[in-house]
Design a protein around this ligand. Structure first.
Ligand code: PAF
Length: 301
């Protein structure tokens, strides 16, 4: 199947007006391009549940800090077009920075508050304000029935869910499980930065989450002990630098003091110049849980 490429807001709006007039349901899969199997799983899921799938492909400058990888973030239109078409997308929206941030409008931003200061927000101030701002713009442009996100960016998904609720946006959010390589590494556009040796070391994130599962099954319930174990495990490989490992409430993202209910273990780890994140949801007994039931509140239809 071929996918239509459009780059302006007015072109997208005109095309989607026609789609709406035919009574078709519209889905949005927001991405920054460098599409991989995780994005494709979101697009496939969206294509199963909707008649028309829009994929936005936009490296959003407002979510990158001054020393982050905005300039070197992988951009590959041909590759993205092929991947999006393969997975069943109908429209690929490729706006310029000027199209999304017309003059003066950069001063208008969504402030996500405390949720944006926790976990990844501690080292990336303003990141989630940038994410929420661009997602709000994309939702306003596309006005989809459903919007799709991956569990790998759990904090992002929680923040977008809260934004949808706060602004009464008429859209249903769907969060799909993380897609992994056969050795467990979570798919991410940033995996492209890893050299051979770093790529091998990167499996430690997944392996550490499985370690946590074993500890829970063995009966360990002290969150401090558990996170210490994980940090020690990751610290055994000198190529890794742990930014954080946190056991948090999956709804508030605040650290848990005891483990009596399902929780999220989230982490950020640096390998060379690459920052990787991963997470899993666990029951107190060590069962790995899927994300969907943690995001039910977003079905506003
Ligand atoms: O997850 C991403 O790729 C980005 O944060 C998103 C949601 C496309 C916003 O730029």
């Amino acid at each position: 199947m071929s996918v239509v490429l459009l780059s302006t807001v007015s072109e997208v709006r005109n095309r989607l007006q026609q789609v709406h007039a035919q009574g078709a349901s519209i889905a949005l899969v927001p991405t920054m391009g460098a599409l991989h199997g995780g994005h494709q799983a979101l697009i496939r899921h969206a294509a199963m549940e909707n008649d028309f799938v829009v994929v936005s492909d936009f490296v959003n400058p407002t979510q990158f800090g001054p020393n982050e990888d905005f300039a070197r973030y992988p951009r590959d239109l041909q590759h993205d077009q092929q991947r999006a078409a393969e997975a069943g997308a109908h429209l690929l929206f490729l706006p310029s920075v000027e199209e999304i941030y017309p003059t003066l409008s950069t001063t208008f931003q969504v402030d996500v508050g405390r949720l944006g200061t926790l976990l990844c927000g501690a080292s990336r101030p303003g990141h989630f304000n940038g994410v929420a701002t661009v997602v709000l713009k994309l939702l306003e442009i596309v006005q989809p029935e459903r919007v799709y996100f991956g569990q790998k960016d759990f904090q992002q998904a929680r923040i977008i869910e809260q934004m949808i609720a706060a602004f009464f946006l008429p859209v249903q959010m769907v969060v799909c499980p993380t897609v992994r390589e056969v050795d467990g590494l979570a798919l991410s556009s940033r995996n492209r930065y890893l050299n051979g040796e770093e790529r091998v070391a990167a499996t430690a994130l997944y392996r550490s989450l499985l370690q946590l599962q074993s500890l829970l099954i063995a009966g360990e319930r002290d969150p401090r002990q558990l996170s210490r174990h994980i940090e020690t495990f990751l610290g055994e490989d000198e190529r890794l630098r742990v930014e954080y490992v946190a056991l948090v409430d999956p709804f508030t993202l605040e650290e848990v003091q005891q483990i009596t209910a399902p929780f999220l273990c989230a982490m950020a780890v640096h390998i060379g110049n690459t920052r990787l994140i991963d997470n899993m949801l666990f029951s107190p007994h060590g069962e790995i849980l899927p994300p969907d039931r943690f995001f039910q509140g977003t079905d506003l239809q």
